[in-house]
Design a protein around this ligand. Sequence first.
Ligand code: AHR
Length: 312
Amino acid sequence: ASAFSGALFAAGAHAGEMTIGFSQIGSESGWRAAETTVSKAEAKKRDITFKIADAQQKQENQIKAIRSFIAQGVDAIFLAPVVSTGWDSVLKEAKEANIPVVLLDRDIDPSGKDLYLTAVTSDSVHEGKVAGEWLVKTVGTKPCNVVELQGTVGASVATNRKKGFEDGIAGHSNVKIVRSQTGEFTRAKGKEVMESFIKAEGGKNICAVYAHNDDMMVGAIQAMKEAGLKPGSEILTVSIDAVPDIFKAMAAGEANATVELTPNMAGPAFDAVVAFKEKGTVPPKWIQTESRLFTQADKPMAVYESKKDLGY
Ligand code: AHR
């Protein structure tokens, strides 16, 4: 039986009477900014009072925000966990206060599984795998040295996207990760780390860049161009998120592929909480969002136009 039951939490509340707190990570990437904008819009659609606390990348700020939401007696808490460990105590406090928690876009360690109602995330191992398989297919039998820009250290998506990519290139000994370092999911750090990769490897020795998000790739593209290299042709790129700027780079021939992550994690999360509160419907433990690969063949400028005003 689920650790959550309608009898425990359902209050017969209606969406219009609900207050939900969201402990958001920060604003490290274009994707994150879009998630915040879309979440607010989804709350407004349902007439839900929505309180967002920006943790500025710090878990301690997220823990404080959750405690403050508990003290305020909110109806539910959304949490985008910056890292995957260290949540058990505070989530136990939420559970003891009968406040359901929904994870958005990142996971926590399995020890916390009974402490949240549901998680709305993509399959981030699959995202990395799709990226790796695209690269393997694109290079064929040619030797290919890959440099990898990892996301935030300790974040589930960074661990999983690394693992998935390694799975995707497994068995293809011509494709090798020669350097891998965190670029913290930001453009500035992505550029800085790419500059150091180019210095260490010599640009011509790098066949492809894999970045755990598009923002780091946009920074890396800048670094490659400043070093006189040609990203998108001399050096292949594959990253994750599908933010508008990567489509602009694809249209200019400076990027090759991205795996889409929807910024609308809050919509399904609100629906799950409302159904739970109104009818006692217990959602599945994982509400999986889709992942789709885009390449230069997918009319990147049209995709850019369709996404550019969506809060990125
Ligand atoms: O957790 C989702 C990731 O966080 C996005 O892919 C990245 O851009 C963001 O910072």
